[in-house]
Design a protein around this ligand. Structure first.
Ligand code: GDP
Length: 474
């Protein structure tokens, strides 16, 4: 029965500055209660994550289908190095953006939007599947459609497979752009055959259901077809948003600018963002001073799927974090404070967020559903990978299933770790080791990497894990 204003005033007299809406620690709350002659007994402590309330408000809104409208697709281009991702992105931008606007482009902001037959498409123009999966690992999937670029003179290569597996685990529709068809040694049919045999992607003209478009990013041939296909696939995928209210978006690029301070590019997912909106993204908060589009022009609002830069954060927000617009400055600050304290806690406690072999059975709960152990498998040769997969399949029984999310040859790299984090998988290496970067990232992400030199040991550990009998490692 004590008014908030009095509590704040009394605490101020004690030298403690509180804000309305601020979340107190249990100890602070107990101490404050004592000042008003209350004894507090702690029976149960449960941390409230104030971001959860926001997230569930959005999920509730998504349940009311009448509130949802279609929004333009957000597309990421992935594929093997040198197969033409950057060239394709440049070609599309040049073909579709008016000359006078190109003049305004001084630097890319990480995404751009084009219009085809009055319909918009947003491209994230930092190609690469690692960023894609890192976003997903953080629960911030920006991409609706993946364009997988495969060069017709080179065919399906290791990173093609990697990119495909990233897109597949994210459940994102894939369009294949068979690129470089202008080259004399381009072989579209052979490329299609490889896509079918290595990835199980069967082209529509062979009776399958994967859209494959032959293109030349260099000459521009087929590029219009790619855009048409994106619109078609988007229509089928029925990509929706909440068109009004507080915006939320995903940061795809962020940096400190000498002139304007923290600068972040985001792709809006829901709502409308305007100058003056209060925003929070992890531990960064602030008020939007200006919104700038991909041509360097100030805009009055940003709508779903629009790429836009925000000036006004008090610090550089993490790339791939989610931005929420909130009602007032106090709310944005207290959310940022919470994120800061969480980050500090996570630093001090070694996080263990993902499945581990030893705990696979107990961690997957006791539902009647068939349990699924997800694995990423790396080995020294294709032969071994195949042999291991076959041996693993034999371990499956009516209760447990093993799903190899991705397999490949070579050392465990950071892309594997991010994929494991996003799909909650354990990484198993045979006669290969994690590189330094992967090892560090695995620690941060709480991903388990097990490496083996002897096939028997690997299979034996798996067998024990499936039976819940594997002893934790030291
Ligand atoms: P990325 O690594 O996938 O981004 O590949 P780039 O876009 O940088 O392209 C790699 C090389 O292939 C560059 O030299 C491009 O000029 C060339 N290239 C890209 N697309 C085509 C194409 O359609 N035809 C030909 N002949 N060369 C291409």
């Amino acid at each position: 029965n004590v008014p908030v204003s009095k509590v704040i005033k009394d605490q101020f007299m004690n030298g403690i500055i509180l804000r309305p809406g601020q979340i107190l620690s249990v100890e602070d709350a107990m101490n404050i209660a004592k000042n008003y002659e209350w004894e507090v007994e702690l029976i149960h402590e449960q941390e409230i994550n104030p971001f959860d309330a926001i997230v569930s408000a959005y999920s509730d809104a998504y349940k009311e289908s009448s509130r949802l409208v279609q929004r333009p697709p957000v597309v990421t281009v992935m594929g093997h190095v040198d197969h033409g991702k950057t060239t394709l992105l440049d070609r599309i931008r040049k073909a579709k953006v008016a000359e006078d606007e190109i003049g305004g482009i001084t630097q890319t902001i990480g995404a751009y939007q084009v219009e085809v037959r009055n319909k918009k498409i947003t491209f994230i123009d930092t190609p690469g599947h690692e960023a894609f999966t890192e976003m997903r690992a953080r629960g911030a999937q920006a991409t609706d459609i993946v364009v997988l670029v495969v060069a017709a003179d080179d065919g399906v290569m290791p990173q093609t497979i990697e990119a495909y597996n990233h897109a597949k685990t994210a459940n994102v529709p894939i369009i294949v752009a068979i690129n470089k068809i202008d080259k004399p040694n381009a072989n579209v049919d052979l490329t299609k055959q490889q896509l079918a045999s290595k990835l199980g992607l069967v082209p529509e003209d062979w009776g399958g259901d994967t859209v494959m478009v032959p293109v030349s990013a260099k000459t521009g041939k087929g590029v219009e077809d790619v855009l048409e296909m994106i619109l078609l696939v988007a229509e089928v995928a029925d990509i929706k948003c909440i068109p009004e209210g507080n915006a939320r978006g995903i940061i795809i690029d962020s940096r400190l600018d000498k002139a304007v301070g923290p600068l972040a590019t985001l792709v809006i997912k829901d709502g409308v963002l305007k100058p003056g909106s209060y925003v929070v993204a992890g531990s960064a908060s602030g008020r939007v001073k200006a919104l700038i589009n991909e041509y360097g022009k100030r805009v009055k609002e940003a709508n779903p799927s629009d790429p836009v830069q925000i000036i006004g954060f008090d610090e550089v927000p993490d790339v791939h974090s989610i931005v929420y617009a909130v009602d007032d400055l106090d709310t944005s600050r207290s959310l940022a404070d919470f994120a800061k304290s969480q980050a500090q806690k996570e630093k001090s406690v070694t996080t263990k967020r993902h499945v581990r072999l030893e705990e696979f059975l107990s961690m997957t709960g006791t539902t009647d559903e068939k349990k699924e152990l997800k694995l990423i498998l790396k080995a020294d040769s294709f032969g071994t990978v195949e042999a291991l997969k076959q041996a693993m399949a034999k371990l499956e029984n009516s209760d447990v299933k093993i799903e190899v999310v991705h397999s490949g040859i070579g050392s465990v790299n950071s892309s594997d770790v991010m994929l494991a984090s996003a799909s909650d998988a354990v990484i198993m290496g045979f006669k290969v080791k994690p590189d330094a970067m992967a090892r560090k990232q695995a620690e941060v992400e709480g991903v388990q990497i097990k490496v083996y030199e002897i096939i028997f040991n690997l299979i034996d550990d798996l067998k024990k894990a499936l039976e819940g009998l594997l002893e934790p490692e030291e």
